[in-house]
Design a binder for this molecule. Structure first.
Ligand SMILES: [Zn+2]
Length: 409
């Protein structure tokens, strides 16, 4: 079996050449300013691979419609506290991948695991890198490639750290639709325009001293399931990043998946719809960038912890569920929840933690092991309603409150 190797080299912004010949404006950030660095790399398999996301697929991939990327945004506060956020056009962040990358990043660059966040777009048109019966070798080879690539990528983003103005803001986009509909056979996966949604588009920007946008990190709570064919593609999130970058030469756009476990894009099943949703989201990011951006000030703080979740049935060990919080001054609280989290979590946390700071709740971060339903979804039943005890929601929410409370002190 051939091993899928990626093509293309890592691309950088904040290049030394660019920064070296720039006179700093009078009000430019000094040496004690915030800094940002960003890097990206193509991670599209170069050979056919099994694709992730739909059990009904019966053959490997057949080419590439759009390249898949991993991207890293490094941020450093004036006290030299640093975090790195890695985003990937992939189905999820496997726990083993996360642990291996975090350990090597700490060893190579001194960045603590708590300061490293990995998020996956949950595209259903990317490679399956969980070992699959009969295709174990390609999954192992791809994960090994990914591990190596991500460690290098994080180092490149840290190397690119340079003075920057950081700001956060948000807008909205409306194509995510709740996908849990009550039928005469219980809750089924069907479009439900009356179900709960989270249409926020939170944005974090890094602008260089000359005023040029260098990086935009943006989020949306929705499955990347417009498409279900046999070509590699980032789906709507891939198009949103591609379009925003085309509109802003020199800027890198990074997508963070929110709590979209029970959200699907609509309409679906055609490339033109993935592109339309991508354009819609890119436009919302554009709106957020220009709508009352709040400059980040103060200190950057972070925490990574686990909370024990009880599995339904009770005869298995409790599961250590990872939760990560990045607190950017008084302006932004970024909460990274693991695996496929339903929308109730982001709606509840944003309401309960509302205050001066923008509250951004990501899912699909730092681990990928099935659905994380709310108490409501567990009681209603249906596709996303397993395999936890109803205490799961309060355990997670209470732990987030505890962590955020400590960081905001
Ligand atoms: Zn999913």
């Amino acid at each position: 079996m051939s091993i899928p190797f990626p093509r293309s080299a890592i691309s950088f912004i904040f290049s030394l050449v660019l920064m070296a010949d720039l006179p700093l404006a009078a009000d430019a950030p000094g040496p004690d300013s915030w800094q940002a660095g960003v890097a990206s790399v193509v991670i599209t398999p170069q050979e056919p691979m099994w694709m992730a996301g739909y059990a009904a697929r019966d053959k490997p991939s057949e080419g590439t419609l759009q390249d898949l990327f991993a991207k890293a945004l490094a941020i450093q506060d004036p006290d030299e506290n640093r975090v790195v956020i890695v985003t990937m056009d992939l189905i999820g962040v496997l726990t083993e991948l996360r642990e291996n990358v975090a350990a090597r990043v700490e060893e190579s660059y001194g960045l603590p695991p708590a300061a490293l966040m990995l998020n996956a777009s949950h595209t259903h048109c990317g490679p399956e890198y969980r070992p699959r019966s009969g295709r174990e070798e390609e999954a192992r080879a791809y994960q090994a490639f990914l591990e190596e690539t991500l460690v290098t990528l994080v180092g490149q983003a840290l190397d690119q750290l340079a003075p920057a103005d950081l700001a956060c803001s948000r807008a909205r986009a409306g194509f995510a639709m709740n996908r849990r509909l009550l039928t005469d056979r219980g809750y089924r996966i069907r479009p439900n325009p009356d179900g709960p949604v989270d249409h926020d588009v939170p944005v974090l920007t890094a602008t260089d001293p000359r005023g040029d946008l260098r990086a935009v990190l943006f989020g949306y709570a929705c499955h990347n399931t417009t498409l279900s064919f046999y070509q590699f593609c980032g789906d709507y999130a891939g198009y949103a990043q591609e379009y925003f970058e085309a509109d802003h030469p020199g800027a890198t756009a990074l997508f963070v998946t929110g709590c979209g476990a029970d959200q699907n894009p609509h309409p679906r099943r055609e490339v033109k719809y993935a592109q339309q949703h991508g354009r819609t989201l890119a436009t919302a990011v554009e709106a957020a960038v220009t709508a009352n951006p709040q400059p980040l000030r103060g200190r950057l703080q972070y925490d990574l912890d686990t909370v024990l979740l009880d599995r339904a049935g009770g005869d298995q060990e409790p599961f250590p569920y990872p939760i990560q919080v990045f607190q950017f001054g008084d302006q932004l609280t970024l909460i990274a929840l693991a695996s496929e989290v339903v929308v109730d979590y982001s709606l509840r946390l944003k309401e309960e933690l509302a205050g001066d700071a923008l509250v951004w709740v990501a899912g699909y971060s730092n681990g990928y092991f099935g659905y994380i339903p709310s108490r409501r979804v567990l009681e209603e039943g249906g596709y996303e309603a397993g395999p936890w005890e109803p205490t799961v929601e309060d355990r997670i929410v209470d732990k987030v409150h505890e962590m955020v409370g400590e960081l905001r002190k």
